[in-house]
Design a protein around this ligand. Structure first.
Ligand SMILES: [Zn+2]
Ligand SMILES: [Zn+2]
Length: 464
């Protein structure tokens, strides 16, 4: 069967049809989690920001005045405003942190649309969408792996993206003539039917035939499922998945693949390269002006750079704590962790709490009752060598009103158990995490850190 007939045949399968049309959480219709009905393109972060600015420092109970379709209009932006770390939360109110203030400055300056796009992109790069720190980078590497399994090299995939981006300033119908649309639409296989692989293996003329067929299908308001063209239904004019989503998907992937797999001398080198690559496509952007803006908010963008390239290691850190003058440390302050100055503060608080946690545990692993842990004596402390683990991961701290830098969230573990919690198979991590959860949940609640076990497992990316 040739490609277009195969496609028509598959479109008659209702479940196949639904899986690829839907952009819901567990369906096949979107590659990047945070691009959804409410976030069709990166500029929507501006909308989210503006909506949240209106309710800055206003309690949730007051939001009801802005009610829209039975749901506060703010609500649909909450997840992405927190996960991008543009807003933080305290006393059930949202406020702009350092990153949020930088974002506001960007909007107040007269940047062009394309200039704003690259700034938004750089600003959200260290977001923890889907609870995955540095989500954009992690996800793009996953996508590249998916493509490589089909015999499409990273370079080839980048070229498919590039071809699409360079030529996407075109009429809506034309998007159906680009390979990228099919890579995006069918990146996941469906019950052992790998349509993308068939697309890749097909002859040029077969691919062209399919594209022309899809291009000529109706996409007007009235289109129904019975018209059996999955792609047309997904891109129907009243649909939630639109051309701008596809273009942003491609742009985000393209820039991430060329920027984040490179090595840089330093932060300035990274920014220079990012803007240079962007100016290759958008010739009219004012690089000097963007650089100036970034320079004015250097502490924010430096932290993004450091988090992206793992210069800061938050997890599995097994150095013994240095001496800290405890008078320098305010344990009750919630640290704004969206700029680079927070790191020093954080390290001081963390050092004091880690020492305290170890002493409180009497240098014993908190999972000792379950795993019968063994110890050796630390050369530095002359006590059992133990490590300290954040039960609520530091990377998701912005989800909480109260600081997670509290002794209740610091768990002492032996090296075996610490690595188990981070690196073990889910079936082994799950009971370990459960035991820690049971031990700590009451104390965490008292610190205003109310979390259910399902949520905690999600933070550890353990399938429920
Ligand atoms: Zn840990
Ligand atoms: Zn242990």
């Amino acid at each position: 069967m040739n490609l277009v007939d195969l496609y028509k045949d598959l479109c008659k399968n209702n479940r196949w049809y639904d899986a690829y049309c839907s952009t819901g959480e567990n369906s096949n219709g979107k590659m990047l989690y945070f691009l959804n009905t409410n976030y069709r393109n990166l500029w929507v972060f501006e909308t989210g920001y503006n909506v949240f600015k209106e309710i800055e420092n206003i309690g949730r109970d007051q939001w009801i005045h802005n009610e829209n379709h039975g749901e506060e209009k703010e609500k649909q932006h909450t997840v992405n405003m927190l996960k991008s770390k543009i807003f933080s939360r305290a006393s059930n109110k949202y406020y702009r942190n350092k990153k949020g203030l930088a974002f506001g400055d960007m909007l107040d300056s007269d940047f062009s649309k394309e200039e704003r796009w690259i700034i938004i992109y750089l600003t959200i790069l260290n977001g923890y969408f889907a609870n995955i720190p540095n989500y954009i980078n992690v996800r793009n590497n996953e996508i590249v792996n998916i493509m490589e399994k089909r015999g499409v090299s990273r370079e080839k995939y980048i070229n498919i993206l590039k071809d699409f981006i360079y030529n996407c300033d075109i009429g809506t119908m034309e998007i159906f003539m680009h390979d990228y649309l099919y890579f995006d639409s069918f990146y996941k296989d469906f019950e052992n039917i790998d349509f993308l692989q068939m697309f890749i293996n097909a002859r040029d003329d077969e691919r062209r035939e399919l594209k022309e067929y899809v291009q000529n299908q109706p996409r007007n308001r009235e289109i129904t499922k019975e018209e059996t063209c999955t792609i047309s239904y997904k891109y129907k004019s009243t649909g939630s998945y639109v051309k701008s989503t596809l273009v942003d998907n491609a742009k985000i992937q393209y820039y991430s693949l060329i920027l984040l797999n490179n090595t840089y001398k330093n932060y300035e080198d990274f920014i220079d390269y990012a803007l240079f690559k962007y100016s290759e496509i958008y010739k009219n952007i004012d690089i000097k002006k963007i650089k100036n803006f970034i320079k004015n908010h250097e502490a924010v963008y430096k932290l993004i750079y450091e988090e992206l390239f793992n210069i800061i290691q938050y997890s599995l850190n097994f150095r013994e704590e240095k001496e800290v003058n405890e008078q320098d440390v305010n344990l009750n302050e919630k640290i704004d962790d969206t700029d680079v100055n927070s790191i020093e503060k954080y390290n001081k608080v963390s050092t004091v709490l880690k020492k305290l946690a170890k002493a409180n545990s009497n240098y014993k692993c908190e999972l000792e009752d379950f795993y019968g842990c063994q110890y050796f004596t630390s050369k530095e402390s002359h006590k059992n060598y133990v490590e300290v683990h954040h039960l609520i991961p530091r990377a998701v701290g912005n989800d909480f009103e109260n600081s997670i830098e509290v002794i209740e969230n610091y768990v002492t573990l032996c090296p075996h158990c610490h690595r188990l919690v981070h690196l073990g198979e889910d079936v082994e991590r799950k009971p370990a995490l459960h035991n820690l959860y049971i031990k700590r949940i009451e104390a965490l609640k008292e610190k205003g850190l109310d979390i259910d076990e399902k949520q905690l497992r999600e933070y550890y990316l353990i399938e429920n």
